[in-house]
Design a protein around this ligand. Structure first.
Ligand code: SF4
Ligand code: SF4
Length: 390
């Protein structure tokens, strides 16, 4: 099966790698030439982590492209861009879509299927959700984690024999590649349970500027999370999707906490570090939208969505401490035991204070340049850096 992964960032690359291992002919469509070159020259390296420890590492030969015009028509497109980019991604992928091309979206949240319906008929659209995490440590090298008893759920917009056959076949490629994947007619339930997880922590971690695990230790944060989750469950019920709060609390939330508690959710990352448009309209904003049309009040999700939109609209005007450039002002501590050498701190430091040494560990090279912006401590996926003011 000829498959193009559209918007192959960390998760898209990882999924494409597993499809390739499962026997598909995969092209990873990426944004940056640097990433394309690294993937084509050195393949994709995937390091899997379990409970914070490295469990396995593999290298997968892959094809990558920035420009899709010579790739030809695909059997399937796997769409993995962030929600706000779905329309632009589908516009740019038109040359890959033929009369039989299927489109699968495993993006976060609710709303991407409606956009994709503008490009292919709904009997060729599939959607689902993931119980996986992925971080790109350097171009072509991904750290990943799997959680839950099943890593990928896929279903189809219209339910028929043809859709089931294709969906089962697509999942079989993942399974042959080495991860669990299930085609199900009950896909909305799985997608909504995943949505509840995102609703509980993604936007609010960005607002309070805490990692998932840190935020989860605060009872006030958990009350906020539960208010949003309960509203979402009420909206789901109103549109015919039965969800159980007890099951979510007992089975789903603890697994998610265990696997991602050390990280900033992607929306928090967008709000604090990359300062880009977030997926708010596909997560809490989707609950706000669907609640309004179903007549279910969603005051907490609406308030959180509005706060995130205000931040998105004003990145350039927000308050940040003024640069001091004073050698005596800040102390930076890097815990060597936790550092895995991903280089994010180096890339996001505006003053070139940190370097990676030959042993793949980050060290402070020029403390005098530090302006205390906290980018390094915020971005570090291992929480290895502490910046303090003297
Ligand atoms: S300190 Fe953190 S961000 Fe910097 S290289 Fe180590 S793990 Fe990566
Ligand atoms: S606090 Fe800012 S300036 Fe200082 S080392 Fe970290 S990223 Fe660089």
């Amino acid at each position: 099966m000829k498959i193009a992964v559209i918007g192959a960032g960390s998760m898209g690359c990882m999924l494409g790698g597993y499809l390739q291992l499962g026997g598909a002919d995969v092209t990873l469509v990426v944004r940056r030439k640097e990433l394309m070159d690294a993937l084509n020259e050195k393949g994709l390296t995937v390091r899997m982590y379990e409970d914070g420890d490295s469990a396995s590492s593999l290298n997968i030969p892959v094809k990558a492209a920035v420009d899709v015009k010579d790739l030809g028509v695909m059997d399937a497109l796997l769409v993995m861009v962030k929600g706000p980019d779905t329309k632009a991604a589908m516009d740019s992928a038109k040359a890959l879509i033929g009369d039989n091309t299927r489109v699968i979206t495993l993006q976060n949240g609710i709303g991407n299927v409606d956009i994709i319906k503008g490009y292919v008929p709904e009997d060729r659209i599939y959607y689902g959700c993931l119980n996986m995490s992925a971080t790109m440590d350097s171009p072509g090298t991904i750290s990943g984690g799997l959680f839950g008893s099943n890593n990928i759920f896929i279903g189809s917009v219209t339910r028929g024999k043809k859709q089931k056959e294709f969906g089962e076949g697509f999942c079989e490629l993942f399974r042959k590649g080495g991860i669990t994947a299930t085609y199900t007619d009950d896909i909305d339930r799985e997608v909504w349970y995943k949505l509840l997880m995102n609703i509980a922590v993604n936007a609010s971690c960005g607002l309070v500027r805490l990692r998932g695990g840190e935020a989860g230790e605060d009872p006030q944060f958990m009350l906020l999370a539960m208010d949003m989750v309960k509203e979402a469950i009420a909206v789901a019920h109103a549109i015919g999707i039965e969800l159980d709060l007890g099951y979510f609390m007992a089975e789903i939330l603890p697994t998610a906490r265990k696997s991602s508690g050390k990280h900033y959710p992607s929306m928090a990352h967008d709000m604090m570090i990359s300062k880009t448009k977030t997926e708010i309209d596909f997560i809490n904003g989707a609950v706000e939208r669907l609640g309004a049309s179903a007549g279910v009040p969603t005051p907490v999700n609406t308030t959180v969505s509005r706060l995130v939109r205000v931040i998105e609209n004003n990145y350039q005007r927000q308050y940040f401490p003024k640069a001091k450039g004073n050698a005596a002002s800040f102390t930076i501590t890097i815990n060597e035991k936790f550092c895995k050498g991903c280089g994010y701190c180096v890339r996001y430091c505006p003053k070139n204070v940190i370097i990676i040494e030959e042993n793949d560990k980050a060290v402070v090279k020029d403390l005098g340049g530090c302006i205390g912006c906290l980018n390094c401590a915020t971005i570090c996926p291992e929480a290895a850096i502490t910046v303090s003011k003297e």
